[in-house]
Every structure is written in structure tokens, then in C-alpha cells.
Design a protein around this ligand. Structure first.
Ligand code: ZN
Length: 410
């Protein structure tokens, strides 16, 4: 039987999500890049809401919002992010923040509940200025020099300028108090169609993928496209195209069951119709929940580059430019989400890896962490039409609150 005292107030959750959608609306979604005016107003909105849950609010020097409780007993940290991709959806981020707020509102005043839920909104999860700068700052992985170097990928304004414009310059950055939390819980829309197509309501995240990124450079010889005979060309663009095809033929035999790889960008130099490219570059990404799989694929990639260089006529160089370690979600958190789903979602849950990155993978480096997903209509995300049925949002809120209760009451 559901415990009524620990149920979410579905109307209140939907009203709060719509209030955040009304700040920076774009069609049915939002346009809220990090440190834009609507993003700053959303942070203020949250800071004003936190006292409803008995939490004192702080907005720190990198735009993280944290609500802390004076209640005795164990503390569970919960949250997500409030900025959006450009011209994107209304739930990516706010869903997890409002679920955390709701759990705190329901559980913190309840004397029968041991301890409290504390609420966080991590700044710039969407990477306008870097990679997970807010949550990484909180776990102590961002230096002042990193902030000096960070720039808005759209406008080029520096992070220092942006912080000054939203009135956060010079504020201290909040750092995790080691040992304060029993762990971190985050809810998010799935951003895929696994739950919807399976008629399921809750995804119990088992792991968050690692993302490794490479710059692969091809060096040949720039020359005239009309007078240079085919036999003597050193066409770096052609070498790149061959390499792409070779990856796609080689990887399936040695990858894991859910490995994905993508060539997201190709540049030819000089990139003109009448010039044979002397240089070509591709940005290549591999994602998997198992570092060992990615390492195996990287070794193969490097071997392929050596073989291609030896064969000629172009040389190939592989450089790893980003290493995002995969994160395993805590087993006890997975069990709590599954038990809460049995109670509030008719058991329609599925254990699944996350193919997208989330702040939970950063928090997982210093405390046990868990994540749950709710269905995305049509699997659409990072687009203004992103949506989840109201009914599914409310089901997710109930599962989230119940999961928090179970974790605090262990
Ligand atoms: Zn997100």
C-alpha cells in the first residue's frame, strides 16, 4: 500500500515545472543557455523556493544552487540542472531539480522520516562553458585557472564576464563536505525511446557511459586538383574517408553490446573545390559503460593509424582529447528505485545504462549515486518539442519521493 504521507503532490510538481518553462520560453520548450538572463532568473526562482522545504539556499560563485537542512539525521543530496541547450526542451534538467525539491517538501517536515533531502542545481551541465563545470567544482575538480580559461561556446564571452553579469563574481564556490551525505540521487528524462517503446514508466540507471573523444589528423600533400595525376596524389580527405569506413568495418567484432561511436565533425584543409586537401581532421567519439572496452577500441584505432601510415600515401595521427570515465550507479540505490517503482509505477521499471552524460557521474566520484529516468515522448530531447506525459511526470515524482524515503530510512 502506498504511504500517503510520502506521496508527491503531482499538481504542485507540474505547476513548478511550468513556472520554470515560463522563464525563457521558446515555442513549447525553453532557450536558457548558461548565465543568460532567463537562466539567472531560474536560479533565483529556485533559491526562493527552497525555504518551502525547510532548506536554506545558497547560490555560489560558479552558479550552483544548494539548499541545506538543519534537521538531524542522514542527508541525501538530490538535484540536476536548470540551464538548457540552445532552443531546447523544458524538462532536461528542471525535472530532476523539481523532483528533488518535491522530495524535500514532502519528507523534510515529516518527523517520522529520519534525516532530510538537500537540493542542488548544478551549473552548466549542458556544457556552454565546459564539461560539468558546476558539479566538478563541487567535488573539487575545477581550479581558478579552469574558470579563467572557460568561454561561452556561442558568444565567446569569458566565464568571468558572465559571472560578473549575473552578479556571482567573487562569491566563494561551495565544496562537498565529505561524509555529510549518504549519497546523491538524480532524476532525468530518458532522452531515448527504450521506456516508451516497452510500455515502461521508470528506468533504473545501472551505469553512465564514459565518453572518450579523439582528434584524428591525416597529413598528405596539398596540390592542384586538375594537373595532379591520380597515381601520385596524397589526398588527406580521401585517407580520412577510407579510415572512417575501416572503423565501421573493424569495431563491430571487438566492441561491447552497447558501444557507440561517432565521427561528429570533419574538416578538410584548405577545403576548396579545386585543391587536393593536404590535411584533414576528424573529431571522433566512443561511448561505453566499460572503460576496458573503450581502451580495447582505442588500441585498435591506434594500430589502424599505424598501419595506414605504413601503407601511405598519407600519415595518420590519433590524439585523445577527452577522457570521461564511466560511472557505476550504487547497487543499494538501484534496489531502492526498483522497490519504489514496484509501489508507485506498477513495477513497470527497467534496469538500463545511460548513454548520455549526467552530473550523477561526477557526484559518483565522491559518494554513492543513483539515477532514475522517466519516458521521453518519441525519444526526443535537445529539441524544443521534448516532452513527457503529465501522468508519467507525476508517477516519476512519486517514485522519486519514495526512493528518497527508502534511502533515508535504511
Ligand atoms: Zn540534462
Amino acid at each position: 500500500m502506498p504511504h500517503n504521507s510520502t506521496q508527491a503532490n503531482g499538481e504542485r510538481v507540474l505547476a513548478d515545472l511550468n513556472a520554470l518553462r515560463a522563464i525563457g520560453t521558446y515555442k513549447t520548450g525553453v532557450h536558457k543557455p548558461t548565465f543568460s538572463e532567463p537562466h539567472a532568473r531560474s536560479l533565483e526562482w529556485l533559491a526562493k523556493k527552497l525555504p518551502e522545504a525547510g532548506l536554506s539556499a545558497a547560490v555560489d560563485g560558479i552558479g550552483n544552487v544548494l539548499g541545506t537542512s538543519a534537521k538531524a539525521g542522514p542527508k541525501l543530496l538530490a538535484g540536476s540542472h536548470l540551464e538548457s541547450q540552445n532552443y531546447a526542451g523544458w524538462l532536461d534538467g528542471p525535472l530532476g531539480v523539481i523532483y528533488a525539491l518535491e522530495a524535500a517538501r514532502v519528507l523534510n517536515p515529516d518527523p517520522a522520516v529520519n534525516g532530510a533531502v538537500e537540493v542542488a542545481s548544478w551549473c552548466d551541465e549542458e556544457g556552454h562553458f565546459g564539461h560539468f563545470l558546476g558539479s566538478r567544482s563541487y567535488v573539487g575538480a575545477v581550479s581558478e585557472a579552469d574558470i579563467d580559461a572557460a568561454r561561452d561556446r556561442n558568444s565567446g564571452r569569458t566565464m568571468r564576464q558572465a559571472l560578473a553579469q549575473v552578479g556571482l563574481a567573487g562569491r566563494p564556490r561551495l565544496k562537498a563536505l565529505r561524509g555529510r551525505y549518504i549519497g546523491y540521487l538524480e532524476a532525468h528524462i530518458e532522452q531515448g525511446e527504450t521506456l516508451e517503446s516497452g510500455g515502461l514508466k521508470i528506468g533504473v540507471v545501472t551505469s553512465i557511459v564514459g565518453i572518450w573523444q579523439y582528434r584524428i589528423t591525416f597529413t598528405g600533400e596539398q596540390n592542384h586538383a586538375g594537373t595532379t595525376r591520380m597515381a601520385i596524389r596524397k589526398d588527406a580527405g580521401l585517407a580520412l574517408a577510407r579510415f572512417c569506413v575501416a572503423i565501421d568495418e573493424t569495431f563491430p567484432a571487438i566492441c561491447g553490446p552497447r558501444t557507440v561511436w561517432t565521427t561528429g565533425r570533419i574538416d578538410l584543409d584548405p577545403g576548396a573545390p579545386s585543391i587536393i586537401p593536404g590535411r584533414a581532421e576528424m573529431l571522433f567519439q566512443i561511448r561505453d559503460a566499460d572503460s576496458a572496452v573503450i581502451e580495447r577500441l582505442e588500441q585498435r584505432l591506434r594500430a589502424m593509424a599505424r598501419e595506414a601510415t605504413a601503407r601511405g600515401p598519407c600519415s595518420v595521427a590519433v590524439e585523445r582529447i577527452r577522457t570521461g570515465a564511466p560511472a557505476m550507479m550504487d547497487a543499494a540505490f538501484q534496489d531502492a528505485i526498483e522497490a519504489a517503482s514496484a509501489e508507485f509505477a506498477g513495477g513497470k521499471s527497467l534496469r538500463m545504462p545511460s548513454g548520455a552524460g549526467h552530473d550523477a557521474q561526477i557526484l559518483a566520484t565522491i559518494m554513492p549515486a543513483g539515477m532514475l529516468f522517466v519516458p521521453s515522448i518519441g525519444g526526443i530531447s535537445h529539441h524544443w518539442s521534448e516532452n513527457t506525459a503529465d501522468e508519467d511526470i507525476v508517477t516519476g515524482a512519486n517514485v522519486f519521493v519514495e526512493t528518497c524515503r527508502r534511502l533515508l530510512m535504511r
